[in-house]
Design a binder for this molecule. Structure first.
Ligand SMILES: [Zn+2]
Length: 461
């Protein structure tokens, strides 16, 4: 068995690993590489291994950096099963169509630019038709039910506790009478995250654990103190007549915030507050959560039994642009949850444009903000920012709640590796400082050989 580290080794996007057994090749994940436009376009269009020679794909979860380049395969001769949990299959219906829409819009925007008029038109990386083709390859599985991926190669999914439907994948290869077992723990969630069950341990004594290291050099705040801080920000903002504007990722973070609001209300701390989810995508994803309550943790299911719903029944999900405009035009106190999570596009920009200069408002940042994004400028405390090309003074209060991360931190990663006791660990999915610090810590506390693969590296087992 060979593992080739094709993508997402020293970066946190574009996850792709090739597993080769008995002359057959399989990919785990086919994520979109996100970064500078030119580099991203090249990386996402080019495959170092011919997709038509891939026998199947094992898909870990519905985040775009893991599934978002599947539609590109529709243009590269791939036509094989993509195995994932049932919930991941449902979420991909929403995520991949949205990703295709963004690709089409991006190409249309570039083609409109006057300085491109003499150049050939930009082709989108993929289209909605390609996404539909990719959705046709999805094959749903339950957790803990091993299945045959290719001759001599079996796989099973364990709960990753990262986002709904996310899996840790155990692959077992039978080759020349020998069994080799590899576990993929990327992305790995955290214990005690709202809604989700805790990450499950992969079986002990793996030949190799491929482990993420996104937050390998950090320690997160406790999830429970985050709910108290959320409550305090909402209480003080609403009491002074302001709006709480929450830029939020449509998958998981929006549902977590809604869950916290519901718990605060059932505890008698918060009365039903006028709350809008102003994101059709987040609304659609919320319905997928309601369809898969069997995957949620005991506390969430207890809330469902006692209250009849997971999310607060008083939340309003807007669908039309007119409804959204009415909320931005009104200055009544309320909570608005809208995408995009890094304030790069989407309806949150309209809410910021109307609300950012009002000192009674709060902007609550609850997710990771990449450099050069509007969200990052707000986190960095810039007092003047551009929204839709116009300059605005930041007079609203900006709050940052870091505790909502869905990724394991250094302590979680080390404890996870100690529980699994693999013979070797390959650290991937992290930038250099995070990988190096985590590697040093793992070498201190475990007997495993720790390796930091570079893109294109191969390990034979
Ligand atoms: Zn993820």
């Amino acid at each position: 068995m060979r593992i080739v580290f094709e993508g997402g080794s020293d970066t946190v996007t574009g996850s792709r690993h090739r597993i080769e057994v008995n002359g057959t090749a399989v990919w785990r994940d086919c994520g979109l590489f996100q970064g500078r436009r030119q580099e991203a376009a090249e990386r996402n269009r080019t495959f170092t291994f011919p997709p038509q020679h891939i026998a199947a794909i094992l898909l870990s979860h519905a985040h775009i950096d893991h599934c978002g380049n599947l539609p590109s395969l529709a243009r590269n001769g791939f036509d094989r099963p993509v195995h994932a949990t049932h919930a991941t299959c449902d979420l991909c219906q929403i995520m991949l169509r949205d990703a295709a829409h963004i690709q089409e819009q991006d190409a249309a925007y570039l083609n409109q630019k006057t300085n491109r008029r003499s150049l050939p038109p930009v082709e989108p990386l993929y289209t909605l038709a390609d996404a539909e083709t990719a959705l046709g390859w999805l094959k749903g599985h339950a957790y803990h039910e091993p299945f045959e991926v290719a001759p001599g190669l079996r796989a099973a999914a364990l709960d990753a506790g990262h986002v709904l439907g996310a899996e840790l994948t155990l692959v077992e290869a039978e080759e020349h009478g020998r069994t080799v077992r590899v576990g993929f723990a990327l992305d790995l969630g955290r214990r005690n995250l709202p809604l989700l069950r805790d990450p499950e341990p992969l079986p002990p004594d793996l030949d190799l654990l491929v482990l993420e290291s996104t937050y390998g050099d950090r320690f997160h705040e406790d999830v429970h103190t985050a709910r108290d801080r959320l409550f305090h920000i909402i209480r003080t903002t609403i009491d002074r007549g302001g709006k709480v504007l929450i830029p939020s990722f449509a998958l998981e973070r929006t549902q977590e915030i809604l869950y916290h609001l519901h718990v605060l209300q059932t505890e008698g701390r918060l009365e039903p507050v006028c709350t809008y989810v102003d994101s059709p995508m987040a609304s659609a994803i919320t319905r997928v959560f309601e369809r898969h309550v069997e995957l949620l943790d005991d506390e969430t299911r207890a809330l469902l039994r006692s209250q009849g719903s997971i999310f607060p029944p008083w939340v309003r999900f807007t669908s039309t642009v007119d409804e959204s405009k009415q909320i931005t035009a009104s200055n009544s106190p309320c909570i608005v949850i809208a995408a995009s999570g890094m304030c790069e596009h989407g309806r949150i920009l309209h809410h910021l444009k109307h609300g950012i200069e009002r000192p009674e408002n709060s902007i609550l940042i609850v997710g990771f903000q990449a450099v050069h994004t509007l969200g990052r400028r707000l986190v960095d405390g810039e007092r003047r920012v551009r929204v839709f090309g116009d300059w605005f003074q930041v007079r609203a209060e900006v709050h940052v709640l870091q505790a909502f991360s869905a990724h394991a931190d250094q302590k979680d990663l080390v404890e996870y590796a100690q529980a699994v006791r693999p013979r070797r660990i390959a650290l991937v999915h992290g930038e250099s400082p995070a990988r190096a610090r985590l590697a040093a810590r793992l070498e201190e506390v475990s007997d495993a050989k720790v390796w930091l693969p570079s893109p294109g590296d191969t390990i034979a087992l």
